[in-house]
Design a protein around this ligand. Structure first.
Ligand code: TYD
Length: 424
């Protein structure tokens, strides 16, 4: 089988980098006493070499443009390069190509230091075998492609979002694939020699690796006593994961599907005071069975990260420990509901039950579960502790009384590590 290589441009193809680039151009203009370019002009800075952009779009002399480049890099190398996000779908594309044995590289007009630290920061380095970056002496894409070309009989593609990528590919004699989700238009890509055009990263996977299946996503859950701040942390974690290119979908238990939401109403209604413990446990399991099949499994199979507010652990803690039904009985009731579907990682927001009670009563009206007495919630807290001590590697435990941003950072770090380890 002949070797296949795919070279990706970075800005506008793997990462959406406008925020960092624009902030750095504005900073440079201010520092050098030039008027700050308008939005349309700022857009033009993504793709071509900086030296020519400073001259062409801001009217600088060549000497001023070199000075501007070093001012720009001062900010870019410390802050700007991380004001950046991986396009949704790019991780799935890279994973699918790697799984198919396709070699990958990055060919970019950025300097090597920034390129490598961006790839490292976003956990993309493991997919990329070769990197070819612009230097002050050499910035043309065809030269950059030639510098990393494999042997003669390999099939080679250049993938990019601007005319520079397509023209470079044509000159270097490789196949060209233009992506329209970046900064160039479809017309620009066609005019500069794009052989194929795609509108999403996954369409690129279908061309570069026909017949490939989307790599599986992941299932994560968030647990904690009522009032531990799960909703806030779910929002924060979602924003971070999206920056890293993960496609996140939310769900909750009990609930997450129309049938499960109806069961939720029965479970939480303050009118249902006569509900027996067994009924309660079975209803949570029934809602879960539907949720697993209708929502969780399909989302993970479609490559998404499904982030769920509560899952099986809640039943173990609330019904197993809180209602004193026993852990094994709860696991037995839930076995047919979940089968092998368990979270890759569970975030536990650790809050003592007294603080939880105080926070709950200050918030909205209490539901049927929240109306339970203090000793019930003390047992739930103990139930979670027991679960975590039995299986510590499945949990990230964070102190829910700490600073929100620090909690969010600790969660993001642990979750990203686990997600990246699970990426084939
Ligand atoms: P919810 O309003 O979602 O609580 P929170 O906002 O604290 O997540 O209500 C869910 C309630 O149901 C909560 O008190 C915990 C309880 N519960 C169980 O008792 N067993 C379970 O299996 C699940 C999923 C939740």
């Amino acid at each position: 089988m002949i070797e296949k290589w795919v070279f990706f441009d970075l800005d506008g193809t793997l990462t959406r980098s406008e925020e960092g680039i624009w902030n750095c151009v504005k900073y440079t203009a201010e520092r050098m006493g030039f008027p700050v370019p308008d939005a349309a002009t700022l857009r033009k800075f993504i793709g071509p070499p900086l030296i020519s952009s400073f001259q062409q779009y801001m009217g600088m002399s060549e000497e001023q443009a070199w000075k501007a480049q070093s001012v720009y890099r001062e900010r870019y190398t410390t802050v700007g390069k991380f004001e950046n996000q991986v396009y949704p779908g790019v991780r799935s594309l890279l994973r699918a190509l790697k799984r198919a044995g396709i070699h990958m590289g990055v060919v970019t007009g950025k300097p090597e230091n920034s390129t490598r630290s961006i790839l490292d920061y976003f956990g993309l380095s493991r997919f990329i075998e070769r990197v070819s970056c612009a230097s002050d002496a050499r910035a043309d894409k065809d030269h950059l492609i030639r510098a990393v070309m494999p042997g003669q009989d390999a099939e080679v593609w250049m993938v990019g979002d601007r005319c520079f990528d397509m023209e470079g590919g044509v000159k270097a004699g490789v196949h060209t694939l233009g992506v329209t989700y970046g900064y160039g238009s479809e017309q620009e890509l066609l005019d500069s020699g794009a052989e194929r055009i795609v509108h999403t990263p996954w369409e690129a996977a279908e061309i570069l690796c026909p017949g490939t299946a989307v790599p599986a996503g992941a299932f994560l859950s968030m647990e904690g006593l009522d009032g531990s701040g799960k909703s806030t942390q779910i929002e924060k974690l979602t924003r971070t994961l999206e920056k890293f290119g993960y496609e996140v979908v939310h769900s909750r238990e009990p609930g997450g599907t129309p049938i499960s939401e109806k069961i939720r109403e029965i479970l939480l209604s303050r009118e249902n005071t006569e509900m027996s413990d067994v009924t309660e446990a079975l209803l949570y399991a029934a809602a879960r069975a539907q949720h697993v099949r209708e929502r969780i499994r399909p989302a993970v199979a479609a490559g998404k990260v499904l982030l769920c507010d509560r899952f099986l652990d809640s039943s173990v803690a609330y019904q197993g420990a809180g209602r004193q039904m026993g852990v094994d009985r709860i696991l037995a009731i839930n076995a047919p509901a979940v089968e092998e579907t368990l979270p890759l990682l569970t975030v536990y927001l650790d809050l003592d039950h007294r603080t939880s009670l105080q926070r709950r009563s200050e918030a909205s009206e209490l539901d049927r579960m929240e109306m339970e007495k203090e000793d019930f919630h003390a047992r739930v807290e103990e139930g979670y502790r027991e679960l975590i001590s039995r299986n510590p590697e499945r949990y990230v435990v964070v102190n829910a009384r700490g600073d929100r941003e620090e909690i969010a950072d600790a969660i993001a770090k642990a979750v990203l590590k686990k997600l990246m380890e699970a990426e084939d």
